[in-house]
Write a protein that binds this ligand. Structure first.
Ligand code: HEC
Ligand code: HEC
Length: 768
């Protein structure tokens, strides 16, 4: 029975496919219309003059006897999910009005592009075509004719169902304004995994899954933590507009005995092109201005002793062991919250109107890695995120100074695909290695052998297409003249990205990431191993931090940007940086990157950071010499091919100290120059272990760091617990804008609350 009906449905498609559509006894004027959201049965299908089409029972075709006047509208009926021609439990009523202004198909896509104004309708179609890389003609086909269309149709349906602010009328506009990102959801499913299914079978499967998903999300939404707190959408600054300048800059570099401490060089250092900041001179003088000499981070001067003592160890351990990122079923809480339950306090009012849609980053990493560090979602699909192991940056991000963390990278989709647009892990791995080689400016071991002829790229630069397991770093200056403004590159990515490079949709250069690169940084409490023998990455996140390179800037553009900052500073010495952005889109560096963060609300649930809270990101990630195209960790990634793993698999124990160009160990040198293990000289554990009573380094202790950096950068369990408590107090106060560094005693002895402008630090600058 089931088979029979199915066959007759196929027959109906076939007729339409042949451009027929006339039934046996009709005249030339009759037209058959197919309605498909899944197949729509038993609906009322009318034309503009209220002519009602006759339903071909058991199918989703409807026949108009007389010629049609567009638009056609469809109401009522049901979606026949399992295509058996009758209504059963899994089927559901069509609760929206579908429309079409031309052709013989009425679909969700013909409905959302529909506009009385033909030019607008054409424009709508064009927007979808560009966004989803399907031709305008294809888009008007039936969902059952192409898997991409089935998928797209379901993504649209899901968003309409789950967010009442998204409607049939405004959805295309929301897409075109980048206010919603359906592309991300659309691209999440890898159609390669479904080659064994016909497009019709895929439609049915995907439809059932979508409906289940919608049900699940509706249940999940009921259980989401509600946000209780102030409106976070203001772009006004309550504290100081200079808060993009780091707390570390206000450290007293000399003590009463005129000992000199240099915590400054880690950030303010000579830089390589195309980082033109080159601000090593800031080590030498407090070159602040009228608007920045006051330390905005007043939390540094608070005494937390009483509050810390009021929290007992078990309380804080229980707290940090809770996962505030994923729920017990592995769903990303913020993902559902931002997309389908957006609190009005997070909803930025563009043109004064809160539109109930979130247009920023939606967390989509599951922290669920395969053995090569690739992240997979609950269905086992790759999310594109890849985690890597690296040597933590000096000071602030050492666990002994308050937090554990991890960093992930994701390259743009085109760098994961072959020429046919199919996902290829090998291509993605090679492209990641090429990027690593460009960032580090050195050869990168792939860890596997590649046949270069497969990709037409000479990865080892030996002038023949042979086999290699090394990406050789050799930059060949591109030709930017002969085809101006097009740039002709002689260094390549592989796969689809190679042709994107040729059309300049992607770019390549030493020290720069391709446009579209993303980074994720989870900053967590210091976890304690169950047997209390040491520390580990905590479940609870303090913050989830995100960055995306949105625009490619050439060396010349980056140099101009840096020069104009300097000129601005010369002409208006007291003027602070103007930083653009808002809570939803994040803030821009002005050098092509966008930054956004999520932080705990008073109940410990992650919430977006306000404009003011996000200011700090921009200073560190665009205003200092230490960064490479905005970033810290990736240039510090371990070199070996098997360093793509998460700390939960293997921690830093046994990691060697990196050797500097002055042939000293990097961390050992830091101890020597800073005479402390943190920028504020407040880390007593390090002071007591590595320095004698006169403040001199104990060489035998420093020597131990060379073969195991954790001897220095991992705190004792007791210290970890204290720091966790100290930070929790800042969460309770929600006082992040006044400083987020965890400490217990006030830092007045080592940190200025106001600095004398241009005072010398006494440091003679370090340069590498
Ligand atoms: C963790 C990184 C870091 C460390 C360590 C650090 N700074 Fe900074 N510093 C910054 C950032 C970020 C800015 C803002 C850059 C920008 O965007 O203009 C800054 C800016 C400054 C400025 C310019 C202020 C202005 O008005 O423009 C001075 C002066 C300065 N730092 C001095 C120091 C000194 C002295 C030290 C050591 C005691 C130090 N910094 C340590 C990150 C750091
Ligand atoms: C005091 C300087 C500083 C500030 C402020 C800061 N970061 Fe970072 N960020 C770092 C350092 C250092 C790392 C590398 C972490 C490590 O070594 O463990 C990093 C890493 C990252 C990464 C991973 C990519 C990379 O650069 O390695 C992202 C993404 C990121 N931060 C986003 C943010 C966001 C968003 C904010 C604001 C909420 C922010 N950061 C504020 C210094 C800073």
């Amino acid at each position: 029975m089931f088979k029979k009906v199915l066959l007759s449905t196929i027959a109906a498609y076939f007729l339409v496919g042949c451009g027929g559509g006339s039934s046996s006894n009709s005249s030339d004027t009759s037209t058959t219309i197919i309605v498909e959201r899944g197949a729509v049965l038993n609906a009322t299908v009318k034309d503009a003059l209220n002519q009602i089409a006759i339903w071909n029972k058991g199918t989703n075709s409807y026949v108009f006897k007389n010629s049609i006047t567009y638009p056609i509208s469809v109401i009522g009926g049901f979606v026949d999910i399992n295509n058996d021609g009758i209504k059963n439990d899994s089927d559901f009523d069509l609760d929206i009005e579908l429309k079409s202004s031309s052709g013989k198909n009425v679909t969700l896509i013909s409905t959302i592009i529909y506009n009385q104004d033909k030019i607008r309708e054409k424009n709508n179609l064009n927007i979808l075509s560009k966004e989803f890389s399907l031709s305008e003609e294809e888009l008007l086909n039936l969902p059952s004719s192409k898997k991409e269309l089935a998928l797209l149709s379901n993504v649209i349906y899901k968003n309409l169902e789950l967010n009442s602010a998204i409607t049939l009328e405004n959805i295309v506009e929301l897409i075109s304004l980048n206010k919603i990102d359906l592309k991300q959801e659309y691209e999440k499913i890898d159609l390669q995994n479904y080659t064994n299914l016909s497009s019709k079978e895929f439609l049915e499967k995907n439809e059932l899954e979508t409906i289940d998903e919608i049900k699940d999300i509706k249940i999940l939404r009921e259980k989401l933590p509600s946000y209780i707190g102030t409106d976070l959408t203001s772009t006004e600054v309550l504290n100081e507009k200079s808060a993009y300048i780091s707390p570390q800059c206000y450290t007293k570099t000399q003590d009463e005995n005129l000992n000199v401490y240099n915590p400054c060089y880690s950030c303010h250092i000579n830089s390589d092109e195309p980082n033109y900041i080159d601000d090593w001179d800031l080590q030498e003088s407090y070159a602040f201005s009228e608007n920045s000499y006051k330390n905005p981070f007043t939390n540094s001067f608070k005494d937390r002793t009483t509050l810390v003592n009021a929290i007992n160890d078990n309380q804080i351990l229980e707290y940090i062991n809770q996962d505030n990122y994923k729920d017990e079923n592995g769903n990303i809480i913020l993902n559902t919250k931002l997309k389908y339950d957006l609190p009005k306090e997070w909803d930025f009012a563009y043109d004064g109107v809160k539109d109930s849609v979130w247009s920023g980053y939606v967390p989509d990493c599951y922290f669920n890695f395969d053995d090569e560090g690739f992240d997979k979602d609950k269905k086992g699909e790759f999310t594109g995120w890849r985690v890597f192991a690296y040597s933590p940056f000096l000071g602030t991000f050492w666990p002994t100074n308050g937090s554990t963390d991890d960093v992930l990278i994701r390259l743009p989709k085109s760098m994961m695909l072959d020429e046919n647009g199919d996902f290829s892990k090998e291509i993605y791995k090679i492209n990641l290695a090429i990027v690593e080689s460009m960032i580090k400016r050195k050869d990168i071991d792939l860890g596997f052998e590649v046949d270069e002829s497969k990709y037409g790229v000479d990865l080892n630069h030996n002038n023949i297409l042979d086999k290699t397991s090394t990406i050789v770093y050799k930059w060949i200056t591109p030709d930017a003249i002969s085809n101006y403004p097009k740039i002709i590159y002689y260094n390549y990515y592989v796969g689809l990205a190679k042709s994107k490079l040729e059309t300049n949709e992607l770019n390549i250069a030493p020290g720069l990431y391709p446009n579209g690169t993303e980074f994720l940084h989870s900053v967590r409490y210091i976890g304690i191993k169950d047997d209390k023998s040491g520390i580990k990455l905590a479940n609870r996140m303090k913050e989830l931090r995100y960055a995306k390179k949105t625009t490619w800037n050439t060396y010349a553009q980056l140099s101009n940007a840096a020069l104009s900052e300097i000129k601005e500073k010369d002409t208006f010495p007291d003027r602070l940086r103007t930083i653009k952005g808002n809570i939803e889109t994040g803030l821009t560096t002005g050098l092509g990157w966008n930054y956004q963060g999520f932080i705990e609300d008073i109940n410990g649930n992650l919430r977006p950071q306000s404009y003011e809270e996000t200011l700090s990101c921009i200073g560190c990630h665009s205003g200092i010499g230490a960064i490479t195209d905005s970033t810290f960790a990736f240039p510090r990634k371990f070199d070996s091919a098997d360093s793509w793993y998460h700390w939960s698999k293997k921690d830093l124990t046994g990691t060697k100290d990196r050797t500097l160009s002055n042939s000293k160990g990097e961390f050992a040198f830091y101890l020597e120059q800073n005479k402390a293990g943190d920028e504020f000289r407040a880390n007593d554990e390090i002071k007591n272990l590595f320095f004698d009573a006169n403040g001199n380094l104990i060489q035998s202790e420093v020597d131990k760091v060379a073969n195991d950096i954790t001897y220095l950068i991992y705190p004792s369990v007791q210290r970890a617990i204290q720091l966790n408590k100290a930070y929790k107090i800042i969460v309770n106060e929600q006082s992040y804008i006044y400083g987020k560094d965890a400490h217990i005693k006030p830092l007045n002895a080592t940190v200025y609350d106001e600095v004398e402008i241009d005072k010398k630090t006494g440091i003679s600058a370090i340069k590498f």
